[in-house]
Design a protein around this ligand. Structure first.
Ligand SMILES: CC(C)(COP(=O)(O)OP(=O)(O)OC[C@H]1O[C@@H](n2cnc3c(N)ncnc32)[C@H](O)[C@@H]1OP(=O)(O)O)[C@@H](O)C(=O)NCCC(=O)NCCS
Length: 162
């Protein structure tokens, strides 16, 4: 499956076409927020297998050197086949090429597939205190607010350019 998979950016005018993936992947507030982010976020990429859209990633630079992966979603019938990992690898490459030194992602620790996915890409748990210690209070607070960390979510960080 993954050898026939194509990942490409989705222009702003065409983003509505990945909404069905979001609707199959999120409920409630997360669905509402993912649909909202879909329209405004810097990059949306889609994974296409043959003619079917099977996955989506939404990510952005937050400032010049930090980046954030808002959402990754794969249609339920195609999960656990490596598509989420390919979407994440593609996003990390694009962010690295765009100047990011570090990439953040928020994950609910009860979301095992999501947790396994980011841990397989060497994301490491961090927290507000660690960010304050490394960046200072104001930059850390700004970053934290931009990520919109929801209750129950933990923040993970990956250094993409040491
Ligand atoms: C999270 C998600 C994007 C992962 O996509 P995927 O295509 O299934 O991911 P992959 O096949 O690349 O697998 C990634 C890792 O998760 C593991 N995994 C996948 N499904 C799993 C499951 N149901 N239970 C346990 N582990 C699972 C894989 O084994 C792999 O880990 P490994 O590299 O250590 O072997 C997908 O499950 C999804 O769309 N979930 C709903 C939306 C969501 O919660 N998104 C994340 C928050 S934004």
């Amino acid at each position: 499956m993954t050898s026939d998979l194509h990942i490409s950016a989705v222009s702003r005018e065409k983003r509505a076409r990945v909404e069905p993936i979001i609707d199959q992947s999120f409920n409630g507030l997360y669905r509402w927020h993912a649909r909202r982010i879909l329209r405004s976020v810097q990059w949306v990429t889609e994974a296409v297998h043959v003619d079917a859209r099977v996955g989506v990633a939404m990510f952005t630079l937050l400032g010049k050197r930090s980046a954030y992966v808002y959402y990754l979603a794969v249609v339920p019938s195609q999960r656990a086949k490596g598509i989420g990992g390919m979407l994440l690898d593609d996003a990390l490459n694009l962010l690295l090429e765009s100047g990011a030194l570090e990439v953040f992602a928020c994950v609910r620790t009860d979301n095992i597939p999501s947790l396994r996915l980011i841990q397989s890409r060497d994301f490491v748990r961090t927290g507000f205190r660690e960010l304050v210690a490394s960046k200072g209070f104001a930059p850390a607070a700004k970053l934290w607010m931009q990520m919109v960390v929801a209750p129950g979510e933990k923040v993970f960080r990956k250094v993409v350019r040491p």
